[in-house]
Design a protein around this ligand. Structure first.
Ligand code: PLP
Length: 380
């Protein structure tokens, strides 16, 4: 396999690791069902291949954010799965949503009314999830709307609720007091909907030591990211390797890159790799992040530019520095979360920002040793 038949860095997506993470979450959340959140094109990794791999493993519920995402996904999944639309029902999209059989997450009385009215017009019953706001103040029926719905259950005529859900604001901080407050509010609201399956937890919520209700909505943990500040027990799903495009040795006092924001203190060997902020390695990594070559750390020096990054490779033995030799950006020595931390952001943002230029490869992760041989032979 080649890093670059076309010059691009390689993004490998390990669907076996994804499935292993799914199994792990299933046993942690047991007996709750684990639904997969595949919004933003499966956190940037490809909603269709990700969802298909999970459907094969038994996952039956998938969450997108937008109807257009559900439209892409719905035809690629088995009939006995549900594709939910988290952002709800935008005015004017009701018929399309019903036509493709997507399940909207109804977030307001207005959305409930429009879904019920299209159901009556079609002479059918339409399924939906109901979302209640329990403290995040982003989406979902506000407390006054929850009360209004309780007092007027006919508002749901024509609508078959199949899930009652809410979303946690602080699940990545297990000790945050809001987790308990939102949990208790959710339990209280749920009393008004007896028999309806309940879903509160995202990835962080799955690791809170308490009931997980009937369904959990797993996102980042499936993709190998840390769901909480603690130790991350999920398997890494992505690895990124870039080929060296140029190596040079510069004297002390040399300015590096745009703005010459870095100046060498001594004679320095520099390697340039063909990955930049267009590929989701943010400019905040300028003079902060690192890459690894043959397991040796190579700090980023100078600014990250659109298409390239310069590395101080003075500590890397010359034999690993041939043009085309592999540079690990995410992998065995540097995790997705390491990169996110260095970039002062979160793994979610790195994942969804990876961009379209990579040579993408779906499969099992191989050892870096095998990669190195592959990449060198590709360059030769
Ligand atoms: C994105 C999202 C999730 C998944 O969150 P993770 O932290 O990635 O597990 C779950 N529920 C809702 C409502 C979401 O918007």
């Amino acid at each position: 396999m080649t890093v670059s038949s076309n010059g691009a860095a390689r993004l490998r997506i390990d669907l076996e690791a994804l499935v292993a993470n799914y199994r792990k979450l299933r046993s942690t959340a047991n007996p709750a069902q684990v639904a997969a959140v595949v919004k933003a094109d499966g956190y940037g990794l490809g909603a269709v291949p990700v969802a298909q791999a999970l459907a094969k493993e038994g996952c039956r519920q998938f969450f997108t954010a937008l109807l257009c995402e559900a439209m892409t996904l719905r035809p690629s999944l088995p009939q006995d799965t549900d594709v939910f639309v988290l952002n709800g029902l935008q005015p004017g999209t009701e018929e399309e949503c019903a036509a493709i059989g997507a399940v909207p997450v109804l977030n307001s009385l207005d959305q409930i009314e429009r879904w019920a009215s299209i159901a009556r017009r079609l002479g059918t019953t339409l399924r939906a999830a109901l979302q209640v706001d329990t403290g995040m103040s982003r989406l979902g029926l506000a407390p006054d709307e929850q009360a209004a719905l309780k007092g007027a259950p006919h508002l749901l005529d024509g609508v078959e609720p199949i899930l009652l859900m809410s979303h946690l604001a602080c699940a990545d901080e297990p000790d945050h007091a809001a987790n308990r407050v939102q949990h208790d509010r959710f339990v209280q609201v749920a009393r008004g909907f007896p028999g309806l399956p309940l879903a509160l937890d995202n990835s962080g919520g799955i690791f809170l030591a308490r009931s997980h209700f009937d369904v959990v909505r797993a996102g980042i943990a499936l993709y190998g990211g840390a769901a909480t500040g603690g130790e991350n027990s999920m398997a890494p799903v992505i690895s990124i390797k870039a080929p060296i495009v140029q190596v040079r040795t510069v004297p002390a006092g040399t300015g590096m890159g745009y703005g010459m924001s870095f100046r060498t203190k001594r004679e320095t060997r520099i390697a340039t790799i063909p990955v930049g902020y267009a590929d989701g390695f943010p400019r905040t990594l300028s003079n902060r992040g690192s890459a690894f070559i043959a397991g040796v750390r190579a700090p980023i020096v100078g600014r990250v530019s659109m298409d390239s990054i310069t590395l101080d490779v003075s500590n890397v033995p010359m034999r690993h520095l041939a043009v085309g030799a592999p540079v690990e950006l995410i992998g065995e020595h540097q995790s997705l979360d390491d990169v996110a931390r260095d970039a002062a952001t979160i793994s979610y943002e790195i994942l969804v920002g990876l961009g379209r230029r990579y040579a993408r490869e779906y499969g099992a992760l191989q050892t870096s040793r095998t990669d190195a041989v592959d990449l060198r032979s590709a360059a030769a």
